[in-house]
Design a protein around this ligand. Structure first.
Ligand SMILES: [Zn+2]
Length: 227
């Protein structure tokens, strides 16, 4: 089914969401000719360390990661990190709706409502609003999982859980690009056994791959698809 994706919009709260959640898939689809646009809603360092080696600010880190993955178009909003709950739904929805109107994606990938991060849940809602049925070009909306956000949400008694029903097979080269993109975010890569270590990221890809008898994969939950 992924071969039908021609215009992919990835919507995240923070620079690194796209890479942690769907970096391998973005690399694969870009290789296969899809045009990929990235929309990140926050851009400050309110609660996180800024950047990786050779990158001077968060914007540069996002752009470097995007380039590594094959993303052609990057849009970064300036809302505050961990403060999206202070932004009106109307304002948040408008930003993502504008991206959908301008870029005309057939598919949206976004964060999960199941994440403990309030920013992630709010962005997921805004992406669903922008991609709702009967509005524009969007035929499919999927959510992705982010280690130490989605799994922590599940382990914290939230009433919803991430239930993958879609797997994207990856080759080693796609995982390599995901890890290289993560390095743009530098200090957020932790040593093993942290879930956001390189080995932790590989372990999840191997686990998701083994669920479908493939070497490596990323898992998604399809919100809506029109064939
Ligand atoms: Zn995030």
């Amino acid at each position: 089914m992924h071969r039908n994706i021609r215009r992919l919009l990835v919507v995240g709260a923070h620079g690194d969401d796209e890479t942690l959640g769907a970096g391998g898939t973005i690399a694969r689809l870009a290789d296969e000719g899809a045009v990929v646009s990235l929309c990140i809603l926050t851009n400050d360092d309110g609660s996180r360390s800024a950047t990786g080696a050779g990158v001077t600010d968060r914007t540069a880190a996002i752009e470097l990661a995007a380039k590594t993955l094959g993303v052609e178009r990057v849009r970064i909003s300036e809302f505050g990190d961990n403060r999206l709950d202070t932004v009106s739904h109307l304002e948040l929805n408008r930003v993502v709706e504008r991206e959908v109107r301008d870029f005309e994606p057939d598919t949206i990938l976004t964060t999960s409502m199941c994440d403990l991060s309030t920013d992630h849940a709010l962005v997921s809602r805004a992406a669903r609003v922008a991609g709702r049925p009967g509005k524009g070009s969007v035929q499919e909306v999927r959510t992705f999982e982010i280690r130490s956000a989605t799994d922590v949400g599940e382990a914290s008694g939230l009433p919803v859980a991430f239930r993958p029903n879609c797997w994207q097979r990856l080759d080693e080269t796609h995982l390599d690009r995901k890890l290289e993109a993560l390095r743009a975010y530098g200090k957020e890569l932790e040593p093993w056994p942290n879930p956001r270590s390189e080995r932790g990221v590989r372990a999840l890809a191997e686990y998701r791959g083994s669920q479908i008898s493939a070497g490596l994969a990323e898992a998604f939950e399809i919100v809506r698809v029109v064939h």
